[in-house]
Design a protein around this ligand. Structure first.
Ligand SMILES: [Fe+2]
Length: 376
């Protein structure tokens, strides 16, 4: 078949062309059409039940027509008719991604952000979808929010995490306690200063959302330090595009080794999203492995890496505050770098309990709250 005009539809070997409701022409492949017949999906499970791998032949129409703002296709060798609303076809005519309500523009923030940090009360979070939406939107847009009025219990942290999604264990287990340890396995478990970092980049897929519940904080010192890695990376992009490119394209190794485990991964220091926008950073001086790239690469990579690391620490970017008992700071672990100043371990008690969930869980729960999906 070369091409055949039926009604206003032009049939070709591999697909058909028609005019959309707005008059613009559009082409649709026969496989795509057959696979995505509205009857392919079960309304109860909301899953695809049609399996194109079981089709004997390449799909071909035996008859087509446009009626009542729908394309109607009968399929050769099948007793099956498909009916596609033209509006549905229009959404897929140009290969654009399905609109994602969680794909919100990020708002960079700087050292003066603390008074404006989104705050939500723990008891309200548990009962109000609107409060959960507001909280999750802050995590998507600004990457940080504080949950207040947390009960002084272990369960409160888990309960908070579960408002977003399933708890994501790491090699520390399903949660971690940050206080001074006698035999520390991590710098966090000492009273020394903790440089700005993202957590556990040694894991192949580091957890996306972090929760740090402050249970006690009466020590002298130990101010919390937070900075928006995307704000810093965006500025680097302006100041030194070549350094930015190197950090966004080069994978460098991270590690975490102790008794019984030897975690290793390669990560890009600057992460870009599908729009080419900075979506995050991965940085941890205490988990950076010995970089094992060709030595000549370091002639350009190290200056870029050091420049970025120094920028992260500039006063302009670092938000300093003291997390109070009953507060839980929640943040995007792939975007927000965090650390703390040294504190005096004998001056009082400092105890934080932390856990994680993933970015995908956050986006999935957020979409469920604000949109109807395809099946409601
Ligand atoms: Fe950390």
């Amino acid at each position: 078949m070369d091409s055949l005009q039926i009604d206003s539809v032009m049939l070709e070997d591999t697909g058909l062309s028609l005019q959309l409701a707005d008059g613009s022409p559009a082409y649709f492949n026969y496989y795509w059409l057959r696979d995505n017949c509205p009857s392919s999906f079960d309304r109860e499970t909301r899953e695809r039940t049609f399996d194109i791998f079981h089709s004997r032949n390449a799909p071909k129409p035996s008859a087509v027509k446009v009626e009542e703002r729908s394309l109607v296709v009968d399929w050769e060798g099948e007793d099956h008719q498909s009916r596609y609303p033209l509006d549905m076809l229009a959404s897929y005519a140009y290969g654009e991604r399905r609109p994602d309500p969680s794909d919100l523009p990020r708002k960079p923030w700087y050292s003066d952000h603390y008074p404006d940090v989104c705050r939500v009360s723990h008891p309200l979070l548990l009962e109000s979808n609107e409060e959960r939406r507001r909280w999750m939107e802050a995590l998507l847009v600004e990457g940080v929010a504080i949950v207040t009025d947390m009960p002084d219990t272990d369960e409160a942290l888990t309960q908070t995490g579960l408002q977003i999604g399933q708890i994501r264990p790491t090699f520390f287990g399903p949660y971690f306690d940050v206080r001074t340890h006698i035999k520390p396995t991590n710098l966090a478990f000492t009273s020394k200063a903790l440089e700005l970092h993202t957590d556990v980049p040694a894991e192949e897929y580091a957890p996306g959302i972090q929760f740090l519940h402050c249970r006690a904080n009466s020590v002298a010192g130990g101010l919390n330090l937070f900075a928006d890695g995307t704000a810093v990376a965006n500025d680097l992009r302006e100041i030194d595009p070549e350094a930015f490119r190197l950090l966004a394209e080069t994978e460098v190794p991270f590690y975490k080794e102790h008794d019984g485990y030897d975690m290793r991964s390669y990560q890009r220091v600057i992460e870009l999203d599908q729009h080419g926008e900075v979506s995050g950073v991965t940085i941890s001086q205490h988990m950076a492995d010995i970089f094992d790239l060709p030595q000549r690469t370091f002639d350009t990579y190290y200056p870029a890496f050091v420049c970025f690391g120094k920028m992260l620490q500039e006063e302009k970017y670092v938000m300093r505050f003291s997390l109070q008992a009953t507060e839980c700071v929640t943040f995007d672990n792939h975007r927000i770098v965090h650390g703390r100043e040294a504190y005096s371990a004998t001056s009082g008690e400092r105890y934080l309990r932390g856990t994680y969930t993933d970015r995908g869980e956050l986006r999935g729960t957020y979409r469920g709250l604000v949109s109807e999906g395809r099946f409601k």
